[in-house]
Design a protein around this ligand. Structure first.
Ligand code: ATP
Ligand code: MG
Length: 405
């Protein structure tokens, strides 16, 4: 398995001081699958203070020290989490272990991990440590709990949603016992904080297998998104639609609630607020749903950009291409026009106009005579492509307007 040099040096430094150390978890899983890991975790026999001693000449952070984790900076400036082999103590409230216990063997550490595909360790000397058949499960594309699923989901209910998330993003199936237990224990998710649910939901929505997984485990999805039950549309259809927009959470979220009536906006907002979403996401989702319900078919691309901004206008056209099948060619065309307008830096906001109030005063249109009205009139003409956004043309149009108004 490939290990970047700067990360391998961290393993070597631990080994040189007499400790065992392995890469572990998601990075091993991703590397086996040929994906580039987001981050590297190391598990080691060294105790936290021993880890600090080994890396006394490196920059480290000790915010996770209570759970045995020291963050170590590699020569490439990468942060690697180095954690002492540990097991989790009693769990309280289906989420947090009461305490952790440091142990001296990797097998015990791997046993506390959630799924077999995440319970793999590797270093160049020893190769893989794979006591739960994780490699085989990766090959067969299977998510399976380490140990008894009911016990594991009762310890930490977030694992239920992590399981669905991995099945969605890795495009895996969930093994039968694990799947049944997820369904039986779905209610436990009520005990998980909305922040954690929201993080998992975002990761899950972009997954390749989202439609299948969310349909199969719709009762879990309803616990995370109870507002869907009040929505007018067919929930499974919403899940399928969401799968069509993998890389944009805002479009995906809008699609969950997109049934063409004003209630869409209310429910989507209610749901996002409950999940403690950031304000920007709430605003974008609301504006998009509102546009889908209320925008006039005759509205020009420039007007739409003006109303929504570039970012959301792009989303709007992409949604229209998908939802409005009969007119999808037109909306593809609108999208191309949007890119052209953006590349050419054309005037779509009043601030983009080639003149301002001062230019009008200079040609004798006095400041107290409703300057705003004149500027708005000129801007409307530019937006309608009736005149170019050029100083001379705008001044002439302003003088003309003053004559007739
Ligand atoms: P990602 O691609 O999101 O980083 P990951 O598998 O690396 O996925 P992390 O949350 O970074 O997930 O956790 C690293 C490892 O820690 C996991 O692979 C797993 O072995 C273990 N782990 C994380 N969360 C849990 C949990 N709730 N229960 C048990 N083990 C967990
Ligand atoms: Mg990770």
């Amino acid at each position: 398995m490939y290990i970047p040099e700067d990360v391998n040096l961290i393993l070597t430094e631990l080994k040189n001081k007499g400790y065992n150390a392995y890469l572990v978890g998601g990075c091993v899983r991703d590397a086996i699958m040929g994906n580039i890991p987001n981050d590297y975790d190391i598990t080691t026999s060294a105790l936290p203070n021993e880890i600090q001693k080994v890396f006394e000449n490196r920059k480290t952070l000790d915010v996770g020290i209570k759970h045995g984790t020291i963050t170590v900076f590699t020569d490439a400036g990468r942060q690697v989490e180095v954690t002492t082999y540990r097991t989790d103590g009693e769990y309280k409230d289906n989420r947090h272990p009461e305490n952790v216990t440091f142990v001296n063997n990797i097998e015990a550490d791997l046993s506390r991990r959630d799924f077999t595909v995440n319970a793999l360790a590797y270093n160049h000397q020893d190769g893989f440590v794979d006591i739960f058949g994780g490699k085989q499960d990766i090959e067969n594309k299977i998510i399976r709990c380490v140990g008894d699923p009911d016990t594991r989901f009762n310890e930490d209910a977030l694992r239920i949603l992590r399981g669905l998330r991995f099945a969605s993003t890795l495009n895996f199936n969930i093994e039968n016992n694990t799947a049944e237990s997820i369904k039986n224990n779905a209610e436990l998710l009520q005990n998980v904080s909305v922040e954690r649910l929201f993080i998992e939901l975002k990761k899950m929505l972009v997954g390749e297998n989202f439609a299948n997984i969310s349909k199969e485990f719709s009762q879990v999805m309803i616990i995370v998104l109870p507002e869907l039950l009040q929505s007018a549309g067919d929930v499974n259809l919403s899940f399928e639609r969401v799968s069509a927009f993998k890389n944009d959470f805002i479009n995906q979220f809008a699609l969950l609630f997109c049934n063409g009536n004003d209630n869409d906006v209310v429910l989507a907002e209610q749901c996002l607020r409950r999940l403690n979403s950031d304000k920007k996401t709430i605003r974008f989702v609301k504006e998009l749903l509102n546009a889908l319900i209320n925008f006039d078919a005759e509205l020009s691309v420039k007007h739409i950009i003006n109303k929504l901004g570039y970012e959301n206008a792009e989303r709007y056209f992409k949604l229209k291409v998908y939802l409005d099948v009969e007119n999808s060619k037109n909306f593809e065309n609108s999208l191309a026009i949007l890119f052209q307008i953006r590349d050419n830096n054309e005037c779509v906001f009043i601030e983009d106009m080639a003149i301002g109030g001062k230019d009008l005063i200079d040609v004798g249109i006095s400041a107290n005579k409703n300057m705003g009205e004149v500027l708005n009139h000129l801007f409307e003409m530019v937006l309608n492509d009736e005149i170019p956004n050029e100083k001379d043309a705008l001044i002439s149009a302003a003088l003309e307007y003053k004559k007739i108004s």
